[in-house]
Design a protein around this ligand. Structure first.
Ligand SMILES: [Zn+2]
Length: 452
């Protein structure tokens, strides 16, 4: 197979914008050569007009939440009333209908410049809790959906064993709506996940603790050990809601972060998602252990969660990544700027992160959180995963090209993503998906199939 050559009008390499960058992709999907200062496209090169950046990493996704878009914007309520709506959709999904939905959602992600998704997955079993013939049928549907949409996936298989803290080893049993999430025990979860083998180059299997609500304290270590033994990333929802903190304090006399620390869950391979309501000791524990945090600003504002202490976490040593979580919108550029703009609103000062730092959270640090530390950079040997953002759209026109990163992060939207390349293959060309014919139609059809 011949090498594929791309020519980026501008490319963001190592924190600066270079003009005229030729990028060759090797047959195994890596960047072979990268040459700056190439003033005209080499013969046969695919031209990428705009600013090419490493592929974006969406470090926290629940693909099925995309079916709730719009319908949960009617009326009022809280995270907990929103959750009831979410459970209604969760109850309807089958391996086939979830494949169709996730394929369309991941195609939407590719159109937004996302080249890897962290799918935090807990819809494991049939709605009544019984096992499918293939116990990982739902996870396999998601891995196939990512392949069909042309993006990489880290399937973060989540242990979800209880509906609340309760008493004793088992916690409060899952309710009817949660029956399909539960494997019963962390040991049974580990056995099922261990049987989930994939050799597909686009897929990795990771682990997740749904939350301290959903995994009893005595079973946390089993999940953490499994992740460590398999060198797999470990994710956990953390302190998104103050009610979770209060219930944890009543049950265990400590914060969720302290509980995770005491049961071996924190560490450099771990990413806490949200980390919205923390005390100073929590921030020290997370930063001191090298635990990452994935902020999901568009979901956190949509669900009225609050603003997490991102600047303090980073200062304590925590790498930050970004996720679109509930998919109120799928736009990593919006997530990146929202992290900075939230801080501006709460601190009344500007410039907590540069555009380059925000892009790093949306790329290299996000890929690292998904167990893909080699990704997220435009450099030889890195995966040939990149995306091109228009600098001549109505939103970005007029910004000097040397400030392309600033234009991308602070003005562009997912609609300005023009090209996306994954493993050297162009999966978005001029704003159109090359593998999924009509992404809006695929979304509409998959979502309509889940309605009453
Ligand atoms: Zn989540």
């Amino acid at each position: 197979m011949p090498l594929t050559t791309y020519w980026a009008e501008y490319a963001w390499t190592g924190g600066t914008v270079e003009q005229g960058v030729a990028i060759t992709a090797t047959a195994d999907g890596r960047i072979g050569r990268l040459t700056a200062g190439v003033t005209a496209p080499p013969p046969g090169a695919t031209v990428l007009r705009g600013l090419t950046v490493p592929g974006l990493a969406n470090a926290h996704s629940h693909a099925f939440h995309r079916a709730l878009r719009g319908t949960v914007q009617v009326g009022s309520g809280t995270f907990w009333t929103w959750r009831e709506e979410m459970y209604r959709v969760a109850a309807r999904l089958t391996p086939d209908s979830y494949h169709a939905l996730a394929r369309a959602v991941y195609a939407e992600m590719a159109l937004a410049g996302i080249t890897a998704v962290g799918e935090f997955h807990y819809l494991h079993h049939a709605p009544d809790g019984s096992r499918y013939d293939q116990p990982n049928a739902m996870g396999e549907a998601l891995v196939q959906a990512a392949a069909d949409a042309g993006i990489n996936i880290t399937l973060l298989d989540a242990a979800y064993l209880a509906s609340g803290f309760g008493r004793g080893r088992a916690g409060e049993p899952p309710n009817d709506r949660q029956a399909r999430f539960s494997d019963g025990t962390a040991e049974a979860w580990a056995e099922r996940v261990s049987a989930f083998k994939t050799s597909a180059p686009h897929a990795r299997i990771g682990a997740a603790v749904h939350s301290v609500r959903a995994v009893p304290a005595s079973q946390l270590r089993t999940v953490a050990e499994w992740a460590r033994q398999h060198s797999a990333p470990l994710h956990v929802h953390l302190s998104e809601q103050t009610a979770e903190n209060e219930a944890c304090r009543r049950a265990h006399g400590c914060t969720p972060t302290r509980l995770l620390a005491d049961h071996g869950v924190l560490g450099p391979g771990t990413t806490a998602v949200h980390a919205t309501h923390l005390i100073s000791d929590d921030i020290r524990l997370l930063g001191g252990s090298g635990t990452g945090v994935c902020m999901c600003p568009t979901t956190e504002r949509d669900l009225a969660d609050g603003i997490g202490p991102a600047t303090r976490l980073q200062a304590a040593g925590t790498p930050l990544s970004l996720g679109s979580d509930s998919h109120a919108v799928i736009d990593l550029l919006e997530e990146a700027r929202a992290m900075e703009l939230n801080e501006r609103l709460s601190s009344h000062t500007r410039g907590h992160w540069s555009a380059a730092q925000l892009l790093r959270a949306a790329t290299a640090d996000g890929h690292a959180a998904l167990g893909r530390p080699e990704a997220g950079t435009l450099a030889p040997d890195a995966p040939a995963d990149f995306t091109t953002i228009a600098l001549d759209s109505v939103r970005t026109a007029g910004v000097p090209p040397r400030l392309g990163a600033e234009a991308a992060v602070f003005a562009a939207t997912a609609a300005d993503v023009r090209h996306t390349v994954v493993a050297g293959r162009q999966i978005v060309r001029d704003g159109a998906h090359t593998l999924v014919d009509d992404v809006p139609a695929a979304l509409a059809e998959a979502i309509a199939a889940l309605r009453d």
